[in-house]
Design a protein around this ligand. Structure first.
Ligand code: DX5
Ligand code: ZN
Length: 218
């Protein structure tokens, strides 16, 4: 399978969100990554349900919703209703992770687990069969435009091994600081999905930048 690209609308122009979503519709993007921050789990507030719904109204690509919030289990139904195709909850915010993943799948959505840079991938050993996607943070969650953490390559290789050991079909998504320089190395290590916010939206020609990321071959 060729890799997938998930541009993050966190870096879009919120006053021209419809225009930016329509740009993504025309691009090679596979998903639209939607970052929800609550100012509690992470030290920043992005946007919430009504904005997710507004994105969904114009989107022709599936929404990949990344919940950087406390008690994500309380908002699964609401984000399903707001148009999510995938919902990722943070390992660090989920004392009942297995139950939450089941609840996401029960709604017919793809279930994701997001892990912070300090979180060891071996902690996913007992839930990998219940996980469609691991959103591996390659920056500390909360802000776009941060510097990529190099340790991520090692973690991708470890996670790839864990997935293979269990014969699971979980996708590995990399989120934070992704650009055209680290993309080949990430794919080589075993990444399946690349999230990119600033690199896409701050570029002169976002459609072309998405194409560039899509065309990376290893
Ligand atoms: C960070 C978010 C990321 C962010 C990525 O907390 O989860 O999805 O939008 O942005 P860049 O690509 O600018 O690091
Ligand atoms: Zn994200």
């Amino acid at each position: 399978m060729s890799h997938l690209i998930a541009p993050s609308v966190l870096a879009a122009d919120f006053a021209n969100l419809q225009r930016d979503v329509e740009m993504l519709n025309e691009s090679q993007a596979d998903y639209i990554h939607v970052d929800i921050m609550d100012g509690v789990f992470v030290p920043n507030i992005s946007f919430g349900l009504p904005v997710c719904e507004a994105i969904y109204k114009h989107a022709k690509k599936p929404l990949d919703v990344h919940l950087m919030i406390d008690k994500p289990e309380n908002y699964i139904q609401a984000f399903h209703d707001a148009g999510a195709a995938t919902i990722s909850v943070h390992y660090e915010a989920s004392p009942h992770l297995h139950r939450t993943l089941q609840a996401i799948r029960d709604l017919g959505l793809r279930a994701g687990v997001a892990i912070n840079p300090h979180t060891n991938v071996s902690l996913l050993e007992n839930v990998i069969q219940d996980t469609d996607l691991v959103c591996m943070m390659s920056v500390n969650p909360g802000f776009g435009g941060q510097k990529f953490i190099e340790q991520t390559y090692t973690k991708v290789r470890q996670l790839k091994e864990l997935i293979a050991d269990q014969n699971a079909s979980t996708l590995i998504e990399i989120d934070g600081g992704v650009n055209i320089d680290n993309a080949p190395k990430l794919l080589e290590a075993g990444a399946d999905v690349l999230v990119a916010g600033s690199f896409v939206f701050k570029s002169e020609n976002p459609i072309h930048t998405i194409q560039q990321l899509k065309d990376v071959s290893i």
